[in-house]
Every structure is written in structure tokens, then in C-alpha cells.
Write a protein that binds this ligand. Sequence first.
Ligand code: IMP
Length: 205
Amino acid sequence: MKLILATHNQGKVREMAQYLAELGLEVLSLADVGAPQVDEVGTTLWENAKLKAVTAASQTGSWALGEDTGLEVDALRGAPGVYSARYAGSHATDQENNAKLLKELQGVPQDQRTARFKTVMVLASPAGRVWTTEGVLEGAILTAPRGSGGFGYDPLFWVPSENRTLAEMDTAEKNAISHRGKALRAMIGLLRSLLEGGELAAEDR
Ligand code: IMP
């Protein structure tokens, strides 16, 4: 049975596909099924995650998983938040977003650079029913990037309990502690119970 990952972000596909495939589902990305990414027009992570999942499910007739992640920086009163992808402009690269973040935090001492990643994950059925899970990771923004793994803001996001950035971890290490890993584990539990209850098969086309 198919599950569409409603994203074109290969970093996210890499982090999620393997774990979902263990459920015996055929995991496909939007690129695999030739569907376009929807514009993130929502004003909350939940609205965007739901929009991605519901659109992909209705376009493909399969179950779909959407997620939206935001970085909240306390010294920036929660920015960039839901606008994290477009922080340095509508088609900003990861490097441009990271450069803008460092600029905005220039002069802010390390103990005031606390931040968190939040992920909201939404599962949508072909008929448009939705289920939601969430995950949060607390950390701080460094003054210079460290590490070459991960994607997005990972090289600047320092995890106190690990004493290293997310970009200094491999995918399995990041997943074990990350916002997306937490939301994903909760979603896998939910998917298991829907599979056991026969609900996924009942609506599959
Ligand atoms: P979106 O969830 O695709 O809208 O991503 C929001 C922004 O946060 C993008 O700039 C991503 O690169 C970044 N982002 C999303 N997830 C992560 C992550 O796990 N680590 C670092 N940056 C991330």
C-alpha cells in the first residue's frame, strides 16, 4: 500500500522514508509520483502540514504524510517560525537563510541564543480525514556553522545534551533526538494502529 511523502525536500525524504518503509508501506515522494509541491500559504505549521498532506492525498488517491517544521529563536521573539523556509527571501537557499540568521543574532551572547525546532506532521486519508503528531527539540544557535550533515539550519543548531550540532550527527543520530524523529515515531505508532484496525486498507484505492 502506498504512502506519499508530501515533500520535495530530499533531506526530509532521507530522514523519514526508511522508518516508514519498515511498516511494509510503499513510500513515495512527490517527485516519485510527479506531483507539484503546494505553496505554504498557511500561517501555522499545522495549516501548512495539513495543506501538503490533504493536497497530495486528493491528487494521488493514496494516503499522504505532510509535515512542516519551523525554527523558533527566543532572541528574535520566535522568528523565523512558520516562515523559516523563506527567511532570507522567497527562493532563499539554506546558506542564505543561515547567513540571515547569523546577521539578525549578531552581538547576542551565547546564553541568550536559545531556540527550538518544532515539527507538525499530518496524515491525510484519500477521503480527507486527518491525524496530527508533533515533535520539539530544544537547543541554541551558534555564531558560526559546524558540521556538514543534515540540511537547512542544522550546522547552526547546537544540541546541549549532545554538545554538538545537528549537522555533526548522521541521519540515525539526528532522528533519535530530533523534532522530526519525535513526530515521526508518534506517527508510526498511529499508522500501526490504523493498519491493525484495517483502516488504511479500507480507504486505499
Ligand atoms: P519546511 O518545513 O520545508 O517549510 O522547512 C522550513 C525551513 O526549516 C527550511 O528552511 C528548512 O531547510 C528548515 N528545516 C526544516 N527541517 C529542518 C531540520 O530538521 N533541520 C534544519 N533545518 C530544517
